[in-house]
Design a binder for this molecule. Sequence first.
Ligand code: GLN
Length: 533
Amino acid sequence: MTKYIFVTGGVCSGLGKGVAASSIGSLLEHHGLTVRMLKIDPYINVDPGTMSPYQHGEVYVTDDGAETDLDLGNYARFTSSPLGRPNSVTTGQVYQEVIRKEREGQFLGRTVQVIPHITDEIKSRIFKVGEEPGVDATIVEIGGTVGDIESIPFLEAARQFIHDLGRGRVLYVHLTLVPAVSDGEPKTKPTQHSVAALREIGIQPDILLCRSAEPLPEVLARKISLFTNVEDEAVISAYNVQHTVYEIPLIFAEQKLDQIIMTKLSLQHSPCDLSDWRKVVDTYRGAAHAVRIGLAGKYTELLDSYKSIYEALYHGGVANGCRIELVKVDSDHLPRGEELGRLLSGLNGVLIPGGFGQRGIEGMVDAAGWARRNRLPCFGICLGMQVMVIEYARSLLGWKDANSTEFVPNCEHPVISLLEEQIDVKSYGGTMRLGASQSRTLPGSRMREIYGQEVISERHRHRYEVSNLYRARLAEAGLKFSAFTLDDSLVEAAEWPDHPWGLGVQFHPEFKSKPVAPHPLFASFVAACLSHA
Ligand code: GLN
């Protein structure tokens, strides 16, 4: 008898519904409960895989190769809910499926409508995740803001849960904003309106999470309670935390959010021990040193484009007891020559992240070259590794035109080229090399030392690879390929020789890092940056 917790958002976007939903998941898990997380995105794209990072931030990839919303990354960092294709639902997927059934004649001549056909499809997707045996609670985050046209069918489906399952199994949590006006006075009116909008759809929230700059004064909580019919103690202050989002489960627990949820849903639970989270927060807060790490990417204007990377760096900081000072290095506007040196010499390490398309590539190559020559720790991820290989070929083999066929299809030395199976692929959605696969690390390599394991599993999202035609020549020139797919057909990692820390990986380790279990590659990279500092 899984319980369902719906998390909605009001007033405006960007209040942190994902972190709020994840924090609830984390608290319930700390009480020994089994939790599942699910994100609903009301856009019509089938998945965010084809969207620009500026539109949507990072695309989070799961083991089963689903390209999903970045909130699944939050779920992965805060909870141990299994995450895959079923945990990310979009309007596009729902309509695609209903239209497929209609074309197959499955609706037996009936008119196909939003209610019940679209709402049934939404509900069946939620049930699919929730009705797995042994699940105590399924947390469903509904993207967008209450009042948006797009989210109406999802809110209607959420409302029907009470009709279908009865009160005791369903809970509605609403995250709203309590803004402060010019004199700093917090205002409750937007929250009142947003709850009114929710009620219009037929949903009476059980719990309000009130996002505000400062902790919500008691009188205002009571006022909100009066206007919204939400019990006093269920009006929770989700105030801005000082250091890290990982404090949020702690501030929710202080206000007994976990107890309120478990009581309302009659969830049998064990006592809660949050010491692992407290340790994460305290370690970071108390860190004596900071390291400056440059992120040499082309989407640096929107840091959410690299969400999992900067979270993983932060976890690396926790592992090493230091703070991370992230420096945006816009690879599209990098200076050259001495000025580049001035910019990079102020850093303790540089990370070159993934990306698509030619813009910004030459800046990344310059940054990699500078880091290699000047012994600055350098971590290349996916495109970042490809850039490190291109730079190496240009500098040490003298192939000035070495490139990836993604950027210069007819270059003379295509050291990075299209995967064999990608050559005839014409459609864009979900057609890359996606999801988890295993690779073997080479004995004696930095990769082996860091993982301490021969066979590892990491997630991929790319079309291009180190070309096998150039593997031998690059290796002769000193580049150390240190991990391969199990059949040896593809390169998975490359290391610079005689360098304090220069390593590129074709996969995305950032997706698997957690604050309570930092990824070994990030822990090792940050350790190298700390030595540099
Ligand atoms: N654009 C490169 C490729 O497709 C790298 C992709 C990435 O960094 N995720 O291979």
